[in-house]
Design a protein around this ligand. Sequence first.
Ligand code: HEM
Length: 445
Amino acid sequence: MDGLRLHFVTAAAIALLGGVYLLRSRMVSRARRPPGPSGLPLLGNVFQVPGKPVFLIGDIRLAKEVLEKRSNKFSSRPIIPYVRYHVDPAQVYWAFSKQNKTHFVARKLTTGLMAAVRAGETEPLQQFEALLNVTHLLDDGGENWFNHIDRVSASMVLSAAFGLHCPTGKESDLKEIVACIAEGLRLSNPTASIMNILPFLDIIPGPMPWRIQARTHRKREDALYDKLITRAVSGEASGMNTWAAAFTSKDKPEGDQRRLMNQFARREIDAIVGEDRLPSFKDRPRLPFVEAIVRETLRWRPAVRLGVPHQSTADDVVEYKGKEYFIPKGSIIYAVTWAIEHDQERFEDHDSFQPDRFLDHTNNLKPGYETSAFGYGRRADITVCPGIPFAERTLWINIAMMLWTFNIRRSDKPDPKTGLPFKYDASDSAFSGDVRDGIAVRFHF
Ligand code: HEM
């Protein structure tokens, strides 16, 4: 009974302390509140980012003005206390850290890698992986397409970075990496821990649950990366060149397996690539429709929908539609990719997948392409997403290879959920890996 009472007393004390803390942070933030929705009663905007004004940008011009032209003031990252002090005290998650020494070194290393990517050194490896992907899709009739796409994207990055090729998707290292990334992302979410809301609780000593959770994750992640780096450095794992050799000896899929997604892409690939060979990066400049599909994919369902938060390091005033807005130092700024890429003033029928919106009347790419899919600005003086050269090559070769091989269309089997013919599904469930008993898109040969 005494124990129970003690729990109540502790809980009440924590609640009281918490109340005082929240009230304090609301009073501090009210002095310079930016325009925006009012907060929740009592808690204010505490569940967003305690005490910091948050700006959401949904207009490409404004995003460029603030995050690119003024990137010297708007390129820091907000601190998530639980990540900074528990999950990642050494700041190895440099993409989410401020521009410190680790960030600088990591960016330098990545820039070096990307120079090799730009020079085409990873292309054979990427082409080999894309070919393996279509053979997996062919093998099971596309039944597990979500897993195959997952595999190919992970294996491409891991082969290039650590020489860790994952041909089946069932490799234990791959599973461990995916699980670690998922756990890292879960713990990096601002709502993942009470530490982000009531950081004063950290004065409680001992093995508190948030400490145990963070330490367990750190140990697991450190062990994993030690192993990957040791393998890569020892040469135990095969590097890019081995995959280049493997690719050149790989059999081609049979010509009659080759079908194409739609009239435009088929005609284009037919004319340029033909039936006797696979598409390769050399074809890229002559396949504008495939390029348009890459662009429309990045626009229609951007991978990072909300964008990655930036933090300002100085006060500034921004003008938008004739009004001036004060952005105090320390503000959190999101350029919301989804809103920007679905801006109805820029994209007619914005939720339809229409690659030809990027083509002119002669079916060539329109000039002046801009995307927010990779974020904005510069960190350590380099374009913020350093992975762009690798990412856009990965997308291109996979799309080209799948278009060359398959005829992608709506299934003529009934939808297992409704028993009716498949309908175009614009919702995200069409892309969910959780759909088990039937998939909305099937491949036909
Ligand atoms: C389609 C694939 C990809 C998409 C959509 C994407 C998107 C993004 C976005 C939106 C950001 C945040 C930009 C900002 O702060 O405004 C970012 C940053 C970053 N990306 Fe990518 N990315 C992709 C692929 C890659 C790849 C393959 C790499 C591997 C090298 C990579 C490495 C990074 C890193 C390290 C950062 C943080 C850089 C920093 O904060 O200094 N990305 N990416």
